[in-house]
Unconditional design. Structure first.
Length: 298
């Protein structure tokens, strides 16, 4: 897909998310506002909390990319994170995030911008960047997206991805105990056009703007980070279902990986060069007398 086509798809998808934002708010915002008024409330599961604690999230600056209404970011702040910023391309969700932060007594901030156009003042300012479920499939060019996200990291910072496993796209989603139907090859690259709307809370029908999603293999996801200059620090697959769909696969207990966590690490700054004394009897690269390189064995 050309850059022009990819940008067109991203713009179309953001229109679809902007359209569904008030619908999601109607179904869920009041419940979240009430829940976040309790200072002990969290939406994070044990897997997410475990990874974040391993990353020593306390006192770290954290960003969430495509944060939706910011509910997860606010929970991360409650783990002791310092400066928390959520980025999303739909102004409706950004406003919901600000409303939830106010109810929670949170200092988290929310910025409306497209995922390939983070404001330059945020480049290189975060210790941890978070991507959670449902984000990657909306990206037509996973390499371009990952390169953009990487710019947010400080040297030595961590990118933490917690997503549903791409193997799930091989099957038609369904209700609990529903039939298991093979749908696509794992390697299928055909864009999927969603015409029925994006209300995964209430399943409300409306005159929806179209949205296009994409399948990326696990190898493509991992290598997109590597190509962006990151190294893989941890990769773990789980049999745990974390999405709002594929309940049929969960109840069938087929032994499939249903979710995963992936942690990348940005390189640390290069260490300073160590100045070594040099003289006529010393190697230029080490404090070793030259005769030890040149004399022959007896």
């Amino acid at each position: 897909m050309s850059d022009k086509d990819a940008k067109s798809v991203m713009a179309q998808n953001l229109e679809a998310w902007e359209q569904v934002a008030p619908i999601h708010a109607r179904h869920n915002q009041d419940n979240l506002l009430k829940a976040f008024s309790d200072p002990g409330f969290t939406l994070l599961d044990d897997v997410a909390i475990g990874v974040l604690k391993a990353l020593e999230v306390a006192d770290k600056d954290v960003a969430q990319v495509c944060c939706n209404n910011g509910r997860e970011l606010i929970c991360i702040e409650r783990l002791g994170a310092a400066n928390c910023v959520g980025f999303d391309g739909a102004e409706g969700f950004v406003e919901q995030g600000r409303e939830l932060a106010n109810a929670a007594g949170s200092q988290a901030r929310f910025v409306c911008c497209e995922a390939h156009a983070f404001p330059p003042e945020y480049h290189g300012t975060f210790d941890i960047v978070l991507i959670t479920i449902g984000v990657l499939s909306w990206m037509p060019d996973i390499d371009r997206f990952m390169a953009s996200v990487t710019r947010l990291l400080r040297p030595g910072g961590a990118l933490f991805i917690y997503e549903h496993h791409p193997i799930l796209f091989m099957f038609e989603p369904g209700p609990p105990k529903g039939p298991i139907v093979w749908e696509l090859s794992y390697f299928d690259k055909s864009p999927y056009l969603e015409k029925d709307g994006l209300d995964y809370y209430g399943g409300e029908s409306y005159d929806a703007k179209p949205a296009t999603s994409f399948s990326h293999t696990m190898a493509e996801i991992i290598m997109s980070g590597v190509k962006s200059g990151l190294r893989v620090e941890d990769f773990t697959e789980y049999p745990t279902h974390i999405s709002n769909t594929w309940y049929n696969l969960e109840s069938a207990e087929l032994g499939l990986p249903m979710s995963y966590t992936l942690v990348f690490r940005a390189p640390d700054p290069a260490p300073p060069l160590v100045s070594r004394p040099r003289g006529p009897y010393l190697d230029a690269n080490a404090n070793i007398p030259l005769w030890r390189h040149t004399c022959s064995k007896v």
